[in-house]
Write a protein that binds this ligand. Structure first.
Ligand code: NDP
Length: 501
């Protein structure tokens, strides 16, 4: 069956251009959605400005009550939400449920911790400024534009939306053209608990709608998607000095040390590489395996991966490739690796039957093959033999991406994790950091910059507001034209005593 890309349809009666979102399992239309024009986006941002004033005015407690009510509503409608995610992405029911479990965990965490992370607090004023009281608070930016991908159409945007809302901002959200219904569901359910103003508004459409959001005068853009589009977003936002958060792609390694529990590592590599059809930014793309345990690891991975089958039924091991164009990327990576001498120990080119791709496990992949250097984003796994865990760390750190990583080692897990140049590491597990509300999520290098989740994720959507209040006159004040040479002599003597030794 050939997958169809979302298509624009004729103008509807209201003159609005619409497009269809399709079920990648069947090609059937899930729903039609408006293509928001530049003017529509501008209007949404204008309305969000008033909404932002109302929302910020609720304070931390008022916002927490609403965000908690939203979370409970999402839990109440979980089955319906899961079915919508599965319909637009094709992902299995359990992959969608896992995504939603993390959505509500993060909404809960952000609402609960915003006041403590961002609220006004005293900070030490320092020895030179002993006569001042210093306070710091983190204030909302105003209106945040969120641009999301299709692979986790609820979780990735909520990583920005939930934290931006908890910090007191209004949000205008542009979902992927492949998952517009999920974006609409988020905004509609939110409006049920916040009916007064459009504090969270979704604008649907294609890349042009996202580009319009970048140029709309929002106070920040939080982008999650490919590195290539991330570069365009950054360039567009430079013109108006709009700050940007970029959550981009990855090529995450799983390191298996000589002393690893090889069975657990193989289990994690297969799940981390293949669940959600491998369409996970921080999924396992490459296993770097110490020579001493390589043969055992490959045998276990082969046995496990060969049993998994994609399908359209809710209980399939994993679903189809959501974005039709991605199938060709996967094919080109597998073909390029095989042409250069790699071996497929599970599957091969024949595993690619759009919209499904069966598991493919490649060994002996040359370092410069696309499957070793670029994000494949499919149910494929490259297993590479390395001398030891130290070589694995060197190889991982040489990569242009730096999103997440996993380390399997009985005795050296933390030590190896500390040496990895990437945003997040799981030790003796995969993707564990993504479920911990307190841990920031994001990458370095070509994986982008800025953070969602945790206190950093809340502060990402704020600006620091600092106040220094004079409590009483200082004995020595160098910050006045009335200072004499005696004052400066004493100040310098104090500086030498306090800071020169
Ligand atoms: P894309 O980069 O293709 O699209 C991301 C979003 O940007 C979509 O909403 C898209 O709209 C929009 N967009 C497209 N062109 C522009 C433009 N010129 N200006 C503004 N917005 C634009 O990514 P995918 O949707 O294909 O998502 C997959 C990618 O996302 C992978 O690389 C994956 O690694 C990454 N990702 C990163 C995560 C992280 O946290 N680091 C998490 C999840 C995914 P439209 O769809 O309508 O074209």
């Amino acid at each position: 069956m050939t997958q169809l890309a979302p298509t624009t349809s004729a103008r509807a009666d209201d003159g609005q251009k619409r497009f269809a979102s399709l079920d990648p399992r069947t090609g059937e239309v899930v729903a039609h959605h408006p293509v928001a024009s530049e003017a529509d986006v501008r209007e949404a941002v204008r309305a969000a400005r008033d909404a932002a004033v109302f929302w910020a005015g609720l304070g931390f407690d008022g916002r927490r009550a609403r965000l908690d009510a939203w979370r409970k509503l999402l839990v109440k409608r979980l089955d319906e939400f899961q079915q919508l995610i599965s319909a637009e992405t094709g992902k299995s029911a359990d992959d969608a449920r896992t995504e939603l479990a993390l959505v509500v965990e993060h909404l809960h965490w952000a609402a609960k911790h915003a006041a403590k992370a961002l609220g006004k607090r005293k900070v030490p004023s320092g020895m030179l400024m002993y006569n001042f009281a210093a306070t710091l608070e983190y204030r909302p930016l105003g209106v945040v534009g969120v641009i999301g991908p299709w692979n986790y159409p609820a979780l990735t945007p909520v990583g920005s939306i939930g934290y931006a809302l908890a910090a007191g901002n209004a949000v205008v959200f542009k979902p992927s053209e492949f998952t517009p219904g999920v974006g609409v569901f988020l905004a509609e359910t939110f409006a049920q608990v916040v009916p007064e103003y459009p504090v969270l508004r979704t604008v649907t459409g294609f890349g042009e709608t996202g580009a319009a959001l970048c140029a709309s005068g929002v106070d920040k853009i939080a982008f999650t998607g490919s590195t290539a589009t991330g570069r365009k977003v950054l360039a567009a936002c430079a013109a108006s000095l709009t700050p940007v958060l970029l959550e981009c792609g990855g090529k995450d390694p799983l390191i298996v040390a000589e002393d690893a529990d090889v069975k657990a590592a193989a289990e994690a590599a297969v799940w981390g590489g293949i669940f959600n059809a491998g369409q996970t930014c921080a999924g396992v793309e490459v296993a770097l395996v110490a020579d001493a345990v390589y043969d055992e690891f490959v045998a276990l991975v082969t046995r496990k991966a060969a049993k998994l089958r994609p399908g359209g039924e809710p209980d399939a091991d994993f679903g189809p490739i959501t974005m039709p164009g991605q199938v060709e990327v996967i094919r080109s990576h597998v073909a390029d690796a095989l042409d250069r001498g790699a071996r497929a120990v599970v599957g091969g080119l024949e595993s690619i039957r759009p919209p499904y791709v069966e598991p493919v496990v490649l060994v002996d992949v040359p370092d410069d093959a696309k499957a070793a250097t670029e994000e494949t984003f499919g149910p494929t796994l490259v297993v590479t033999r390395v001398a030891d865990a130290d070589e694995a760390v060197r190889r991982a750190n040489a990569h242009k991406y730096g999103l997440g990583a996993s380390v399997f080692s009985r005795n050296r897990g933390e030590e190896l994790a500390d040496r990895l140049r990437c945003g997040m590491v799981s030790v003796n597990s995969v993707l564990a950091y993504a479920s911990v509300g307190a841990l920031p999520f994001g990458g370095v290098g070509d994986s982008g910059f800025g953070r969602i989740h945790g206190e950093d994720g809340l502060r990402e959507f704020t600006f620091a507001h600092s106040v220094a209040r004079k409590r009483f006159p200082a004995l020595l004040n160098p910050m006045t034209y009335d200072r004499g040479s005696r004052t400066m002599r004493h100040v310098l003597r104090m500086v030498r005593v306090l800071y020169g030794r």
